[in-house]
Design a binder for this molecule. Structure first.
Ligand SMILES: [Zn+2]
Length: 330
């Protein structure tokens, strides 16, 4: 406080000489006192946050924003710092981490990976493991039944059978988290891994997990109901991120991109024909990617684009929004 009054005295002296009325100068003095105290206090808080870095010494790293909601749902009131490697708005297909992000992993207790063959993890997980050999990296999709990448989901069962028969390890659809049922499996694995680091908290983590799993299952039922009486079964998406969601609700994903590539003119023409035949008026596209091509396609079919993000950090709310947009357009 001593510092505050000293500062005020020097900054006030020119003002008080200009103001004749002693009442006025008192008001000005009090206003300036309040402003100065506020500036000093807020500056102090900011300084503390910047200096201390993560508030907790329990640090869990993961790949994409929806996983932060899973981790926080499990850990509940336990103080935990979550390092999300691919930040909100970036694409896990193309994002490259900064050196400071990699350096921050030095203090991490655990890395929860998606384990679905998403490019960020393909490129970076082994490098991270080499740099930090003691960091446990746990694959949270161990129990997920993968779909093959980039195909129309009505063929899913055939393709999956084919993979089992041939032992073929063709590329999986990496968008595992875009399914409430897969999310439940991912959360189970995550809970086991987190409990392994803090075994004394296992019970409360499992209670928290079960509360969140109930929310997932309630939303799953709500979506099932909302999609029950639809007239069409096909959704046209630019980027094929919704294969697992379509599997869950017996929808067909008609995707424009294939293996991250722009479609050929012939494929595009086929898509336009099919969309017109099936009366599709909407092109779903993501805020994380360019919408220019999707807009061109929408014009071709006399339709409009609808933005949905599979990567939003408010996972449960976002999945509800995604389902509402889909059911509203079928
Ligand atoms: Zn994607």
């Amino acid at each position: 406080m001593k510092k505050v009054s000293l500062k005020l005295k020097s900054s006030l002296s020119p003002v008080s000489t200009m103001v004749r009325d002693p009442n006025n100068s008192l008001k000005i003095f009090i206003s300036l006192l309040i402003v100065t105290i506020f500036i000093i206090l807020s500056g102090g808080c900011l300084g503390t946050d910047l200096q201390n870095g993560p508030q907790s010494d329990f640090i869990i790293a993961c790949t994409i924003p929806p996983q932060e909601e899973f981790i926080r749902a499990i850990t509940g009131n336990e103080e935990v710092s979550v390092l999300v490697m691919v930040p909100q708005g970036a694409s896990p297909h193309t994002f490259e981490p900064t050196p400071s992000q990699i350096a921050a992993l030095e203090k991490a207790d655990l890395y929860l990976s998606l384990g679905s063959g998403i490019e960020f993890e393909n490129r970076w997980l082994s490098r991270i493991q080499n740099q930090y050999p003691k960091l446990p990296i746990v694959n949270t999709s161990k129990n997920v039944h993968f779909l093959p990448a980039s195909h129309d989901s009505h063929d899913a069962q055939d393709m999956t059978d084919l993979i089992h028969e041939n032992g073929n390890t063709e590329r999986n659809d990496p968008h595992v988290w875009v399914s409430l049922r897969n999310a439940a499996l991912i959360i189970n694995e995550s809970c086991g891994a987190i409990s392994g680091i803090r075994p004394e908290m296992k019970n409360s983590f499992e209670i928290n997990r079960d509360v969140y799993l109930r929310k997932l299952s309630d939303l799953d039922n709500t979506i099932l109901q909302s999609l029950k009486d639809r007239s069409s079964q096909t959704i046209l998406v630019y980027h094929p991120a919704f294969g697992y969601l379509c599997r869950d609700y017996n929808l067909t994903q008609l995707a424009v991109e294939e293996n991250g590539q722009e479609p050929s003119a012939q494929k595009l023409a086929e898509i336009v024909t099919r969309a017109k035949e099936e009366g599709i008026e909407y092109v779903f596209t993501e805020p994380e990617s360019s919408t220019r091509e999707a807009e061109t396609l929408a014009r071709e079919i006399n339709g409009t684009i609808i933005l949905i993000s599979p990567l939003a950090s408010d996972y449960l709310e976002n999945m509800h929004r995604v389902a509402q947009k889909i059911s509203g357009t079928l």
